[in-house]
Each structure stands twice: as C-alpha cells, then as structure tokens.
Design a protein around this ligand. Sequence first.
Ligand code: C5J
Length: 222
Amino acid sequence: MPAITAQPYPYALPAAGKLALVIIDMQRDFLEPGGFGEALGNDVSQLRAITPNIQTLQQTFRDRGWLIIQTVEGHQADLSDCPPAKRDRGQAALKIGDPGPMGRILVLGEPGNAIIPELALKADEIVIEKPGKGAFYATPLQAILQHRSITHLLFTGVTTEVCVQSTMREANDRGYECLLVEDGTASYFPEFKQATLAMMRAQGGIFGWTATTAQVLAGLSA
Ligand code: C5J
C-alpha cells in the first residue's frame, strides 16, 4: 500500500481523491507587519519561510485535481461573531475590529485579512472563513469534507500550536487520518512548534503523523 515516510510510522495513503490539503490561515494578518499577529506582540517575520513548501504542495494537489481547503480567521464587520472574551483578551494596542495599517484588524474582506499573494486561491478553490481557532467551529468544513468523501487530511499553515493544532485535534476526533507537515507549518514560538509536532505524534500517533514536505512528495509520487 502506498505510504508517506512519517513519524511515528508510515502514513498509509487512501484511494485517490480521499486525501485533501488543508492550508490554515496563511493571511497577511498573521504574516505581515500591521496585522493581528503583530498587534499581539509577535515577530511576524518568522512565518513566511514555510511559504515555498506550501506552494509546492498546493501545486501538486492542483496538478492532480485533488481537494485543497484554505482557511482564514476573520470576523464579520459588525463583530457579531466575535465574542467579547476574544476581543478583550490581552492588552494589545490594536484590538480585533480596530483600524490598522492594513484595514480593520481580523475583519473579513479587509486587505490585511487576505491570503498572502503567493498562495492566492484559484477561482474554483474553497476558502473557509472561520471566527474561531479551529476550522470546524461555526463553518461548513465537515459537510464539505463528507460531501467529497475525504478521509485523510494533510495540514499546513499557521500558527502551529493555535489554529493548526486546534483544527487537527478536532479532525482527529471526527475520524480523519491527519498528517502535519513539519516544514509547512510555523509558529511565532519555535519551541511551541516543536512541542506541538512532538505531542501530535506521541503515544503511537495519538493525534496523527508528522512528515516533511519532501517525504510527502516522495510518498505521493511512489
Ligand atoms: C492565532 C492562528 N494565532 N491562525 N491564529 O491567533 O493560529
């Protein structure tokens, strides 16, 4: 059976068409100065290095006609889907909904909320707008995956221990076979990324597998 060399053991690939690529929140708000990530006090320059790996996976899935799901974290303009607990958390100078250099912070449709140009969607590709950290909460993600008979998910994006981890944990509970691409995900805190990779694949892969982009590509082309 075709498999991806992975930790803690090989990730068996399903029949064609049952594997989807999930690209979490590769948005200007998290990767560029003046957005939500920087408003929270983070050095946002660290995240962009993963982009070429995600681009390679995106192109591979496009070439095969396989499902790619991108997500964006963002709120309605009236903030009706943003709990005060989320807006008020922390002591940021700029809060969700405040005007910033790239438009209103973490508001859907604002320039800063857009996916970075390197990973721009094609017309027929799916983007899930999510108000929470996990991509299943208050979104049609589960229905879309079920409709396409998807059973296996490859996760990429930012940040590893927040939106990526939240989504992969829930995907695991929902029965998906999940693999986190090690060099396709990043955190403002490199030690948190390493800890997340370790906890995902610990205990025999309690939440799933991890592998590098090269390992994924080799497995897919075997
Ligand atoms: C955060 C995310 N870090 N996409 N969001 O607030 O991980």
